[in-house]
Design a protein around this ligand. Structure first.
Ligand SMILES: [Zn+2]
Length: 102
């Protein structure tokens, strides 16, 4: 976990590692996996900075980004906010992400 900051460097580059054959951190399945940034949109850079990312199968990833969001997406938000709060406070989470999921 990185230190709490409210501003990232202007040239901060979000990681785009592509596909890897590995175990999904969501389902435990071995498959081609992609890195998903748990908090999306303008919060994507914060997901990246704080390591709030998860390797999931291509299929699981497609479920999140196309069509209806599965129920477990909210669970991911809560679980990864909890990870963040191991190192930083809820108020700091709000400053980074604009709201609390807990
Ligand atoms: Zn994604």
């Amino acid at each position: 976990m990185n230190e709490f900051v409210t501003k990232l460097p202007r040239n901060y580059k979000i990681q785009k590692p592509g596909k890897q054959f590995r175990q999904s951190e969501l389902s435990g399945l071995y498959a081609n996996c992609e890195l998903h940034h748990v908090f999306q949109g303008k919060n994507r850079k914060w997901s990246d900075y704080y390591g709030l990312v998860i390797w999931i199968t291509e299929e699981e990833h497609r479920l999140i980004h196309t069509g209806k969001k599965p129920d477990w997406v909210d669970g991911l938000h809560r679980a990864y906010q909890s990870k963040y709060e191991l190192y930083c406070t809820r108020e700091q989470f709000r400053q980074n992400f604009g709201r609390s999921y807990l």
